[in-house]
Design a protein around this ligand. Structure first.
Ligand code: PLP
Length: 402
């Protein structure tokens, strides 16, 4: 295949040339002055991506799964109880990670396609037993990557506040940070965790956490037995710009560049761009007459869309055609929606024309798999969404220039 492959899975995402160039360099001494200066300058800027002034950013050479473990073992001990919500593959795995670490998980079952309902959070917390058996934390996946649903974390926070419950709020933003509005301090999130390979536009390999004061306090004298994941040692060494063990040196140079790019664009513009791209993809899905797995239009994800294939069509067949004929990688249906959906990733380093190319490929793959779509209908719907968006933005400019 010639030309650029289309990597439109919901992470890992495309790495911008600027980031690739920043990492294309000699490895430096991670105990030398250049490295210390890099880290000291970097961590406060990364905190801005979490919208946090109070939180401490902690980076590990790991994936999102490692970030789950880091958040859990630093704040919780075996036998502690937590509340979680099962609305997709990743919330299932987050709960499973906690159980594997000896934590007792009260896992509220939801439909896959549903967000975390704030009223259920409130109900669960009000019904919670008090004392040492009370929930120590509430686990929430902000953007459920397996279903394309963004839960309302602010509403979850309000539910916690309404009950006065003291549980920590631990939020997975693996597929939302730097793509979808998230405010660590304002929403009083105690631990936010993410990975490098999605909105941050980096290769896989880095787990990022932002740790708020209550979580830090919980970890000072509590938590589980831990070594590699112990953020106390990392935070202590970070004060001078260093790490207790060998960091992922080149990924840190990449993170420096990606963070600069995101801050140059401005976080609100980054979120606006994702909303625009997501809106166009959803317009295409509607034009194809297909269903978005997300049940609530208010909770549709701006970083990916989970598209349901009609009865009798295996979504894996659509993906196979897209990959083999058009070099277009789409996200597979995970867990209980395997074969029923495919996912279009629209996050990270991405623009309108790349989305249109992706939609053209999806449309052809659908037609070739036997889904009765009209060729061009989805692409045209997305184009109309983009043009309408541009006109809405352009009108005041034209008016002032007159
Ligand atoms: N949480 C969410 C929401 C994810 O989407 C993923 C992976 O896609 C993970 C956690 C696990 O991350 P990783 O595969 O990097 O371990």
């Amino acid at each position: 295949m010639s030309g650029r492959p289309f990597l439109q899975i919901p992470g890992p995402t495309n790495v911008p040339d600027r980031v690739l160039r920043a990492m294309d360099r000699a490895v430096i001494d991670h105990r030398g002055p250049e490295f210390g200066a890099l880290v000291r300058g970097l961590l406060p800027d990364v905190a801005k991506l979490f919208r946090s002034e109070q939180g401490k950013v902690v980076l590990y050479p790991a994936s999102g799964t490692g970030a789950w473990e880091a958040a859990l073992v630093n704040t919780l001990a075996p036998g502690d109880r937590v509340l979680s919500f099962n609305n997709g593959h990743f919330s299932t795995l987050f709960a499973e990670t906690a159980r594997n670490l000896g934590i007792e998980v009260d896992e509220a079952p939801l439909r896959w396609g549903q967000g975390v309902p704030a009223d259920l959070v409130e109900e669960k917390l009000r019904a919670d037993r008090g004392g040492s058996g009370a929930y120590k934390a509430v686990l929430v996946v902000h953007n459920e990557t397996s279903t394309g649903v963004t839960s309302d974390v602010q509403a979850v926070r309000q539910a916690l506040d309404a009950t006065g419950h003291e549980a920590l709020l631990i939020v997975d933003t693996v597929s939302s940070l730097a793509s979808i509005d998230f405010r660590m301090d304002e929403w009083k999130v105690d631990v936010t965790l993410t990975g490098s390979q999605k909105g941050l536009m980096l290769p896989p390999g880095m787990a990022l956490l932002c740790v708020g004061p209550r979580a830090l306090a919980a970890s000072e004298h509590g938590g589980s037995r831990r070594n590699f994941w112990d953020w106390r040692r990392i935070i202590a060494d970070n004060a001078t710009g260093f790490y207790p063990y060998t960091p992922a040196t080149l990924l840190l140079f990449g993170l420096r560049e990606a963070t600069t790019m995101l801050l140059e664009e401005g976080l609100d513009n980054v979120f606006g761009r994702h909303a625009r791209l997501g809106g166009a993809v959803r317009a295409a899905v509607d034009a194809w007459g297909l269903k978005n797995l997300c049940e609530d239009p208010a909770l549709v994800s701006n970083s990916l869309t989970a598209v349901c294939t009609p009865d009798g069509i295996d979504s894996a067949d659509v993906m196979k055609i897209a990959r083999e004929r058009y070099d277009l990688a789409l996200g597979v249906g995970l867990g209980r929606v395997r074969g029923k959906i495919f996912r279009i990733g629209h996050l990270g380093s991405l623009n309108e024309l790349e989305v249109l190319g992706t939609l053209a490929g999806v449309e052809m793959a659908l037609a070739e798999a036997g889904v009765p779509v009209e060729l061009g209908a989805g692409v045209a719907a997305a184009q109309r969404a983009f043009v309408a968006g541009q006109q809405a933005v352009a009108t005041p400019v034209a008016a002032t220039s007159r």
